[in-house]
Ligand binder design. Structure first.
Ligand SMILES: [Mg+2]
Length: 369
């Protein structure tokens, strides 16, 4: 296992916490019986996970998976084996979606590579995918608008709200960007404030409203959805497939993320269940590298809206091999497995330089004192 602290291009603030400047993610390998795969676990403290919990939980998951043996030979048998692997992990420990996601991606990568298949071929998912939007964190309205104008080639923007100047921010973005806006309050609004904003959001061409209220405030979200022409999408309220039934009739859509529900297999089944229950589906992410984003991208042909931009927020993505086309759709890699490649220590020199300058500063202070 390897814990990476990756710099973000811009500070990323959402309603639930102060700006992030680093994204901490965990890479893990599985190797057994000729199988070899790599996965990514992006822990989010809101869901009770840290790099430390991932480090503790992954060995438990690996031990539980020992009972499964190696995957059998056909595509159908391999898919069944991967579903059973996810079930084994769920029985071994509750929650810990990111840790399970890391293992699940690594297993999918390993199985697909052993069969010399790209992941989307193993899963049978469509290569025609929807374009991704680009997310912009909470900041001064002029700063958000400047970032929006830089990213105006994206067919939709996701604007984080729940800060002190939401309406001003959206007005400033609308002045520089003509496409659809998706707003995500990350639990940050109070019901009355959300209701007051509704006509303004419609006027400004907002396409959907994500998680306006607290995760458990499902009755309040239902109350707002009944008054809103715009779809309300549950994210923090829709962690795993088990959360879906309680949301029926309360919200129009759900945001499915590999890191919440336990990986690419559980996300695929959550999308299918959400469809059966009549939800619109948003496919989202954390600030994963291209590894985690490529694993999610194989599902981007199955959903209504795609927000797979975590790797684009990173200043130094350690993987290559995942590219956007001119319409901002991910091209699913043709290589076997997840299909991305690690860049060998690209940022080591930079970190060394930063450490040196800090040392010099400390030395300077010391000699002055
Ligand atoms: Mg969200």
């Amino acid at each position: 296992m390897e814990v990476l602290d990756l710099s973000l291009r811009d500070p990323f603030r959402i309603a639930r916490h102060m700006p992030d400047r680093l994204a901490t993610t965990v890479l893990l390998d599985v190797t057994a019986e000729g199988l070899s795969g790599v996965g990514e676990a992006f822990p989010v403290a809101y869901y009770g996970e840290t790099a430390g919990t991932v480090r503790s939980v992954v060995p438990l998951l690996a031990a539980a998976l020992e009972s499964l043996g190696v995957p059998p030979g056909t595509i159908g048998e391999a898919r069944t084996w991967l579903i059973r692997a996810a079930e084994v992990m769920d029985r071994a420990i509750g929650n810990n979606g990111a840790a399970k996601c890391g293992m699940d991606i690594a297993l999918h990568d390993a199985v697909a590579r052993s069969m010399d298949l790209p992941l989307h071929e193993l899963l049978g998912t469509p290569t025609a995918v929807r374009p991704t939007d680009f997310s912009i964190g909470i900041d001064e309205p002029a700063v958000v608008a400047e970032r929006a104008s830089r990213m105006a080639h994206f067919p939709a923007l996701k604007i984080k709200v729940g800060g002190p100047a939401d309406l001003e921010t959206l007005e400033a973005v609308r002045a520089v960007y003509g496409g659809p806006l998706r707003v995500d309050a990350n639990t940050g609004w109070h019901p009355e404030a959300g209701l007051r904003l509704l006509p303004e959001l419609e006027r400004l061409g907002v396409e959907l409203i994500e998680q306006p209220f607290r995760a458990r405030a499902i009755a309040e979200m239902r109350w707002l959805q009944e008054r809103s022409a715009l779809p309300i999408v549950a994210d923090e309220s829709a962690v795993t497939i088990d959360d879906l039934p309680a949301l029926v009739g309360a919200v129009a859509g759900v945001n499915v993320k590999l890191g919440k529900c336990g990986g690419v297999g559980p996300a695929l089944r959550m999308i299918e269940r959400a469809r059966e229950l009549g939800f619109k589906v948003f496919l989202g992410c954390m600030e994963e590298t291209s590894l985690g984003i490529a694993a999610a991208a194989v599902l981007a042909g199955l959903v209504d809206w795609v927000d797979l931009d975590g790797n684009l927020l990173l200043a130094d993505d350690p993987f290559v091999g995942l590219e956007l086309d001119a319409q901002c759709r991910w091209r699913l890699p043709a290589a076997a497995g997840v299909g991305v490649r690690r860049v060998a220590h690209r940022h080591e020199g930079l970190f060394a330089a930063v450490d040196k300058s800090v040392d010099e500063m400390v030395d300077g202070t010391g000699s002055a004192g």
